[in-house]
Ligand binder design. Structure first.
Ligand SMILES: CC(C)(COP(=O)(O)OP(=O)(O)OC[C@H]1O[C@@H](n2cnc3c(N)ncnc32)[C@H](O)[C@@H]1OP(=O)(O)O)[C@@H](O)C(=O)NCCC(=O)NCCS
Length: 217
């Protein structure tokens, strides 16, 4: 696969929102637990585009048999290195949430938000690891190196910006992700069983926080 990585800009908002939504449930569509697509973007994409660091998109050369002319977005990584700014970005989704409470898809999505507030995942030190990230690759492009390329490029941008460390949240359901993160130097800092996704997954999951110092290399 011929792959290229480029910075994501505010003009990529819909592309990023689409990639994030289509892969937002353990790599499958977030529609299962969060049917309100627009609200999903307000929480999972917009805060990074407003003040994030190292936001990147992976594109692949179109398959000549598909008739497509342009490069196809197949994956993304977004991050923030400023926890306070990120939290302010999240709060900006609140008015949209309130304005959409009359919609059935919003009310069904609210269930997840309330559960996420009730069952927060483990978190590492914000002073040692101020950055965090989200990374996903479309199913039909996995296992071909896009995740590795995105994460390597993102870590280089964090280093260049002088960020001391990065953390991320994942689960033991994300088997490929755990392999990728370990390969690039992340270590499990804490983990705990969580019922957060039980209504959709049918079982508890193990919530894992992984950290990577950027001072040591
Ligand atoms: C995790 C993910 C981003 C990796 O992207 P990718 O492009 O498939 O990854 P790569 O091809 O670069 O492979 C990177 C590493 O991941 C691991 N990996 C990839 N596919 C794997 C699989 N099927 N099983 C186990 N490990 C796997 C390996 O460690 C691999 O390194 P290696 O090829 O040197 O052995 C992608 O699989 C994905 O989006 N998965 C679903 C959503 C998800 O879990 N996102 C992360 C949320 S925290």
């Amino acid at each position: 696969m011929s792959l290229s990585i480029r910075p994501a800009t505010p003009d990529d908002r819909n592309t990023l929102a689409g990639l994030a939504y289509d892969t937002g449930y353990f790599g499958d569509s977030a529609s299962r637990y969060f049917p309100d697509r627009e609200l999903f973007a307000a929480f999972w994409t917009d805060p990074y585009l407003r003040g994030g660091l190292g936001n990147l998109i992976a594109l692949r050369q179109p398959d000549s048999r598909s008739g497509e002319a342009s490069m196809q977005p197949v994956g993304f990584i977004v991050g923030s290195a400023n926890p306070a700014r990120y939290r302010r970005g999240l709060l900006r989704a609140a008015p949209l949430l309130l304005s959409r409470l009359g919609r059935p898809d919003t009310r069904r999505s609210l269930r997840y938000l309330l559960r996420a507030a009730r069952y927060p995942g483990p978190h590492a030190s914000d002073s040692l690891y101020p950055a965090h990230l989200h990374l996903n690759v479309r199913r039909d492009a996995r296992g071909l190196g896009a995740g590795t390329a995105l994460l390597r490029a993102h870590l280089n941008l964090l280093r260049e910006a002088g960020v001391p460390g990065v953390q991320l949240s994942t689960t033991t359901e994300n088997v490929a992700a755990l392999g990728l993160y370990r390969k690039l130097g992340f270590r499990v800092a804490d983990e705990r069983e969580t019922p957060l996704w039980q209504p959709w997954l049918g079982r508890p999951a193990r919530h894992v926080v992984m950290t990577r110092s950027l001072l040591e290399d």
